[in-house]
Design a protein around this ligand. Sequence first.
Ligand code: 13P
Ligand code: SF4
Length: 330
Amino acid sequence: MNLKEEILKLKQELDVTIVAHFYQRDEVFELADVTGDSLELAKKAMNTQSKYILFCGVGFMGESVKVLSPQKRVLMPKIACCAMARMIDVDYFDESLKKLNDMGIRNEDLLPITYINSSAAVKARVGEMGGMVCTSSNAYKIIQKGLESGKKIFFVPDRCLGQNFAKSLKLKSSVIGDGSNINEADIICYNGFCSVHQLFSVEDIEFYRNKYPDILIAVHPECDVSVCDAADFVGSTSQLIQYIKNLPLEQKVAVGTEYNMVNRLREKNTYILSSTKPECPTMNETTLQDVYNTLKQIQNGQEAPYENEILVDETVVKWAKIALQRMFEI
Ligand code: 13P
Ligand code: SF4
């Protein structure tokens, strides 16, 4: 039996659901029971009956499942970290608040919203302050709702998502440390970003439009504001997939998001919006061998935590869950 057959056999035997994000390598993605964008994965994993969730993605995604379903055992074949999520921790969060306080903006004047690409501890801090989580598929709605509080939004960690949605809501945004007037901003953004999505540029868009004048450009909101402004469509991974699937096959489209997902989209007339191969290095860390090894661990059975099991402190679970639930309610 080859590795793939071994995995399929183990999967049938064990009380396990394999969950994979769209950015996973093809061989891992194909074996998953559940696939989706970050929001869908959190919801679907929470609703499965299995005792074990084998999560193929990055750390914050596995943590979100554990926060929403603490009774499940969540194992990640590779505990890979999203580079953007690592740009902020609770200390950096508090330091940013302090900077804002020094500029005369009090904590009571702020409603924090964290992109789901953040640690459970940051989500908990946001939850404790009355804030909530958003994802790239619901950020517009969540920010809109947040503004009903009459407060400024403190958006972490992705400056691009914050700036892009501020623009679509016709609001003023400012990034901490970029020299702009923070006091005038409706949305104050932490200065985090995704290094993969920074690879897409307006020059790439111009290149494709010069080459194929009728081509459409579809990008993820983690791309720079200049890129999102110039694009025909901006959406989360699931929204991009839906948009592209609804296009006639002869319609050319260049897509600005992670390579594995774009490569899988359509056989014809789909291009990656870059001269490079923009793979997310950490999403790519999980291999078939890792999936197999983790299933074997489950088969061997263990009461104490596994080496690659996701564990989250109880207080963090409590507040992070509140921040996630506020999002679900909206
Ligand atoms: P989605 O929520 O659109 O799946 O995005 C997650 C992500 O990390 C994109 O880089
Ligand atoms: Fe994080 Fe960027 Fe990778 Fe998405 S593509 S998981 S934001 S590093």
